[in-house]
Every structure is written in structure tokens, then in C-alpha cells.
Ligand binder design. Sequence first.
Ligand code: 8IG
Length: 270
Amino acid sequence: MSADPYAAAQAAAARLRELTGAERHDVALVMGSGWLPAADALGETVAEFPATDLPGFPAPAVAGHSGKIRSVRISGGDSDGKLALIFLGRNHYYEGHGVATVVHGVRTAAAAGCETIVLTNGCGGLREGWVPGQPVLISDHINLTADSPIVGANFVDLTDLYSPRLRALCKEVDPSLDEAVYVQFRGPHYETPAEVNMARVIGGELVGMSTTLEAIAAREAGAEVLGISLVTNLAAGITGEPLNHAEVLEAGKASAERMGALLAKVLERI
Ligand code: 8IG
């Protein structure tokens, strides 16, 4: 990552235009843990390449995060013919490449023209009655990384960060969707049961290791943000069973069809 992350995003967007032949993209999606299979439902693939083909993206480290970027043509609805930029995997804060790297995809998408950014993740769920494989809309977040992608005295407002308009649209598509506050822990370890309890006490019901820094960068860039979590496991201490990463990937596969259909319908109307 070069010294100026905004210039780096412009450079990546320029290379994206070369690789895809598309002058601009309209909407970006970041596919988190468990969401990769859902990407196939979103439209016709125009181009796909490793994220590392664009400047500023480091090699991925996590199994199930393939680190590819796909350009997809949306078909149907109001968005017919628009281009979606899909990040198949993300760089996490806990990987230690720095916060600018974490949000490089979002800034690249914004530089490429995306005015809507959909952030998905796999996470732990706290609410009683939730089951693994259940999607939940992010209504707001608590960022426990103590970090920000913004450098300097730029006091970005985060009121309604997770677009009420897009959340309403999702609920029109699927009225059974719940909403909750997402708490980003640094990771890569999962929470202790005491930390899960803390998340609940401070108002959170989703616990994960991503999304909030990207959402802040997306808002800084002027994009409209939609956040959707896939509850892949009940948070530590809720069932008494240990957490494992295989469970996460399994929950994603099992719910891929539902997630793909939901995202496709939302994209048509975005
Ligand atoms: I998938 O229970 C997934 N990611 N912090 N806690 C945290 N991150 C997660 C969890 C979880 N599940």
C-alpha cells in the first residue's frame, strides 16, 4: 500500500477498468465467511481475476477466502445491465496489513464508481432463537478495534451508516429478516463468554471480525452502505460447545441458496 491510500484506490480502479473493459461499476459486494457460494447467483460473470492483479491487495491468508474479484452484469429489475463488483473474500484487520489495506477494496470500488456497497460477513449470533445459517441485517455497529480508516481531522458522520432505505428494501424482499447491532472485535481469536456477555450488555447481538472499518470508509467515500451478517454460529458461551472454522464454512454452504436469492433480488432493485 502506497503512502496515499486514496491514490492507491484510484490506481487500482484504473487497472480494474483495463482488466474488465468497463468504464465504471455501479455496486460493490464484499463476500464474507460463508457467502462465497451466494456470489454465483448474482448475474453473468464478465471477468474474474485474483485481487492481487490490482495494485494494493496483499495475498489472502484465510481458508475459504479465495481473494478473487469478479465483475458481474446484473440482469432484471431496475438495475438491469448494471455492473456489480464482487470481492470474493476480504483482508481482515487481524491479518496485520494495516487498516488502509482492510478498506482498500471499498475505496477501490468507490473510485470505480460504486455508489452502493454491500458488506456481508459471517459472525456469531447472540439473540435467542437464531440458528446457524440465518441472515441478519446490520442496523448499526460498535467498532471495538479502536482504529479508523480515516486519517486526520475528517469528522465523518455515521448516523444511519447502514442505509435505512436499503434495509427496508431487503425487508420487502424477505419480511422475515431480523436487524441487529454488529460488534467488531479485533480477532483472530473468538470471544470469551465474558466478552460475548459484554457485547450483549453494550447493545450488540452480532459478533465478528470485519465490516465496521469498511463501512466507515464507504461512508467517507459517500457510498450508501448495506450490511448483512450470516449467523454461522451461536456466540461463545451460548451453547457451551467450542467454536470452529469448519462450522462457519458449512453454515455458508447450507444457506448459500437463500443468501444468493436474497442478494440477487436486492441487487435488481438497488
Ligand atoms: I464466522 O463467533 C464468525 N466470525 N468475533 N465471533 C467473532 N467472529 C466470528 C464469529 C464469532 N463467527
